[in-house]
Design a protein around this ligand. Structure first.
Ligand SMILES: [Zn+2]
Length: 474
């Protein structure tokens, strides 16, 4: 495909100027950031790190002076100057946990008492996650502008045609975008529409059935489908079984959940559409975007500073899995400094595409999706398609499943079944659980009519409600 396949035509607001387009002030600012992103992606890791240091320094000074929560916490960090080992001092700042944010926000110490001119108005969003511990996130207009630039970078990296139709199955508000009409918007949203004309966007509620989603998808015949990996998988399975191939569909864009390799394979074989995954979080913005040339991810270093640490809080090397600390660089309204976002990733070697942005080879999962052994060790349950196939072999009537670890020695197996399971089938499932999780856990069978998604529309096949053992990091 030629790089001119998706013309990037900037809207003009000046009378008498059609081309090159001059957009309104917010669009101009957005293009200023985009122009830089086009350059900085090719910088060396050292060049990128040095600019991050300068921005982190700004953030530190601001947070120490204007956010009461950080006054003590950042007292001893000093200045992040390039002449000494600034990273070592940076790493002495205690990681920020979800509970810290909740407590500080309840005590009204988490929001800045001052934001410099130019950062614009503040907006707030709430994120619940599946932990049931909502946190509030307050951000500036400037942060949103930079967020928009990364949205457009993703479109540019993956050569999307801005005039195409975008279909989204993401809306989780119970009263919005309901089948059969869904919702229709004239553009892809604020981020893109600020500078370019886009095609329309159609949306459907995540609570719709797979039959409804398939019918809706065929009726709209979009160029791009944006949804959660588990929804894409179920929909592709259905379309595969019924030979449904929306004629125009070029890409499936996934977001919000951990992407399993079988989702990529099934979307490609069913629709001949590659999956492009996005790693982002409501409270931190874009963390990493898929490389234009590979299935791995590039950290969006111009917007976030990412650290990946092993269990002893030492930085991971490529090939190692560790937990992610995120520091969004530009949100001065509510700075998150070394925020432990609750994800584990594997770092990769530098990318052959030539971009200097660090590589995340694999997003392993959320910490809350780890199995805790009765002796405290945490492991990934690794429910691959092979192990699920083995499970369905011993209990073919299982239509949907979810494992929830509710105690150190107890796993609740939630099932939706086509018919009641026989005692032999339950016994076989019990044995499968013991083998799969390498311990003779007690298993409580719970039969349901449907396994609901989280309030944000996410689905997880393994969830732990066991708190990490006490005595870990402070
Ligand atoms: Zn790359």
């Amino acid at each position: 495909m030629s790089q001119f396949a998706s013309p990037f035509v900037v809207n003009s607001v000046i009378d008498g100027i059609a081309w090159p387009g001059i957009p309104a002030a917010s669009g101009q600012a957005l293009l200023t950031v985009l122009l830089q992103l086009e350059q900085t992606q090719w910088w060396t890791p050292a060049q990128i790190l040095d600019r991050q240091r300068q921005q982190l320094q700004q953030l530190l000074v601001h947070a120490r002076e204007h956010v009461p929560f950080y006054r003590e916490r950042l007292r001893d960090v000093g200045e992040l100057s390039e002449t000494d080992d600034w990273l070592a001092r940076w790493r002495q700042v205690a990681p920020l946990r979800r509970d810290d944010i909740q407590r500080a926000d309840a005590a009204e110490t988490m929001i800045a008492d001052f934001v410099p001119p130019g950062h614009g108005d503040l907006t707030e969003v709430y994120t619940s996650g599946s932990t049931g511990k909502p946190i509030r996130s307050v951000r500036t207009e400037l942060w949103e502008l930079i967020w928009s630039a990364f949205t457009i970078r993703d479109h540019l990296w993956h050569r999307r045609n801005f005039t195409g139709k975008l279909a989204s199955i993401r809306e989780s508000d119970k009263s919005k975008a309901l089948y059969p009409d869904g919702a229709v918007a004239s553009s892809w949203g604020y981020a893109s529409a600020t500078i370019v004309s886009t095609g329309p966007m159609v949306s459907l509620n995540v609570a719709s059935t797979v039959e409804q989603q398939a019918e809706w998808l065929q009726r709209h015949d979009p160029d791009y489908l944006l949804t959660h990996p588990t929804i894409a998988y179920r929909l592709a399975e259905h379309c595969h079984a019924h030979s449904i191939r929306p004629a125009r569909l070029q890409q499936v864009i996934t977001i919000a959940e951990n992407l399993r390799p079988e989702v990529r394979a099934l979307c490609l074989s069913t629709w001949n559409a590659p999956v492009i995954d996005i790693y982002s979080a409501r409270e931190a913005g874009y963390i990493a975007l898929q490389c234009p040339d590979h299935a791995h991810y590039h950290v969006q270093s111009e917007g976030v500073f990412i650290e990946v640490l092993d269990e002893n809080d030492k930085p991971c090397e490529p090939g190692q899995v560790g937990r992610v600390l995120v520091t969004p660089l530009h949100n001065l309204a509510m700075p998150l400094i070394r925020y432990d976002i609750g994800d584990h990733v594997e770092l990769g070697e530098p990318c052959a595409c030539g971009r200097g942005l660090p590589v995340i080879r694999k997003i392993i999962g959320r910490t809350q999706n780890m199995l805790t052994m009765p002796w405290g060790e945490r492991r990934w349950p690794l429910l691959s398609s092979d192990s699920i196939e083995a499970m369905l072999k011993v209990a073919p009537a299982v239509r949907q499943y979810q494992f929830v670890q509710t105690g150190l020695d107890l796993i609740e197996l939630r099932l939706v079944v086509a018919r009641p399971l026989s005692p032999d089938e339950e016994e076989a499932l019990l044995k499968w659980v013991h083998k799969k999780f390498a311990h003779e856990f007690q298993v409580a069978f719970v039969y349901l009519d449907a396994i609901p998604r989280t309030p944000a529309g996410k689905f997880e096949d393994f969830l732990s409600k066991v708190e990490p053992s006490v005595g870990g990091r402070g």
